[in-house]
Write a protein that binds this ligand. Structure first.
Ligand code: BG6
Length: 371
């Protein structure tokens, strides 16, 4: 990857190869199975597992929020997600034999290290999902699932984030297979879709010029709202965090259905709303949420809100409802968050550049808060 003006844009464009390197070595396509050799927790313990805690900071916690939906839907194990900075000081309710997953790009974040040690002290099994081989958290956890996104230099996390989501999906599918919670044909369907994901990510990257044009149109606004339902809410959260981190614009992520309980008071022509309104037409829940999203968009428009929608290619309704649409390829409900994140990363990057800011080194931030 050469001649990119900033690490952030280079790393956004490195996502297809980061996904390929994270996914491919773990797929046994002939057997239709996921192989995770470094999890180092026995099948018996995984079958008797009753509770999983996911603990992380910043963007990594947003990946954990998406992972919760994947693990609960595929493996049928209850998951809760916590801020590392809260978990370690709250004397969390963690019982021996439960599993705590620590997600951390650097593997050195102080809060997440503290959370790991607290979980171990309480007798929990621990797995680290990290992008740095041999990092503290990767070494101290019982098991590890490395993301292979390559070194991430820009302070705002992009390629590590989508690789973390892919790693969480691999774990969810692995756990479902160990627990015999998923039919073989469904597992093979997901393995095939995982293989297609890097190529679909490349297709979204081809829309970078559209995202730059949106950034040009919206770079002067001082407030944004990002909304999403279910597994798409964590993506709205990270879209808001990306914009905050690199452009210093106040941006809030919110569950779409919740905006009527207060936040819509903010929406008018001065506060644009980014709505994640994709639809996996093979998924009844996704179809229902999509119809509700169209109602929400109509409501925002009635308040003179400006709506930027992320939607699925082939959607013939959304263009008449939203002010702008960025289309992404069709994908299973549980995998579309990876594709949805790309336009939001590009948007945040281009807004920051157009505001003349130091995209790779935002003020007051560091890549890993180790104390
Ligand atoms: C913050 C970074 O300091 O730490 C974020 O700016 C990151 O990008 C968060 O998500 C957690 O870091 P890590 O390395 O534990 O994923």
């Amino acid at each position: 990857m050469t001649n990119f003006p900033h690490y952030m844009i280079r790393e956004i464009f490195e996502q297809p190869q980061g996904l390929r390197a994270t996914i491919a070595p773990r797929l046994d396509v002939n057997q239709g199975r996921v192989r995770l050799d470094d999890v180092r927790i026995g099948a018996a313990e995984l079958r008797s597992l009753r509770r999983i805690h996911i603990v992380a900071s910043g963007t990594s916690r947003h990946a954990g929020m998406a992972g919760q939906f994947m693990i609960e839907e595929l493996a049928g194990v209850q998951v809760d997600v916590d801020y590392a900075s809260e978990f370690e000081y709250r004397s969390p309710l963690v019982r021996p034999g439960e599993l705590t997953i620590l997600i951390t790009q650097s593997g050195e974040t102080g809060d997440t290290t503290g959370a790991l040690r607290e979980a171990k002290r309480k007798g929990s099994h621990t797995i680290a999902i990290s992008n740095v081989e041999g990092s503290t958290i990767a070494r101290e956890a019982d098991g590890v699932i490395y993301t292979h996104a390559g070194p991430e230099i820009s302070i705002a996390s992009t390629k590590a984030f989508t690789a973390q989501i892919a790693a969480l999906f691999l774990f969810a599918l692995y756990l479902a297979q160990v627990r015999e919670a998923i039919p073989e044909d469904r597992a093979r369907y997901y393995i095939h879709e995982l293989q297609r994901l890097p190529g679909k990510t490349e297709a979204v990257l081809k829309r970078a010029a559209e995202c730059e044009a949106l950034a040009q149109a919206y770079c002067k606004f001082d407030n944004f709202m990002f909304v999403g339902r279910a597994i798409h809410y964590p993506i709205a959260m990270d879209g808001a965090l990306k914009l905050k981190e690199v452009s210093y614009i106040h941006a809030e992520g919110y569950p779409t259905g919740e905006t009527k309980h207060g936040p819509i008071a903010l929406i008018d022509e001065h506060l644009p709303v980014v709505v994640i309104a994709t639809c996996d037409r093979s998924d009844a829940g996704s179809r229902l949420r999509y119809e509700k999203n169209l109602e929400n968009i109509a409501g925002y428009k009635k308040q003179q809100g400006r709506v930027i929608a992320i939607a699925t290619e082939g959607d013939s309704q959304i263009a008449a409802r939203a002010d702008h649409v960025v289309f992404i390829p069709d994908a299973p409900e549980l995998l579309s968050p990876i594709l949805e994140m790309v336009p939001l990363q590009l948007f945040a990057y281009y807004v920051a550049v157009k505001r003349g800011l130091d995209v790779d080194r935002p003020r007051n931030l560091v890549k890993s808060v180790t104390e």
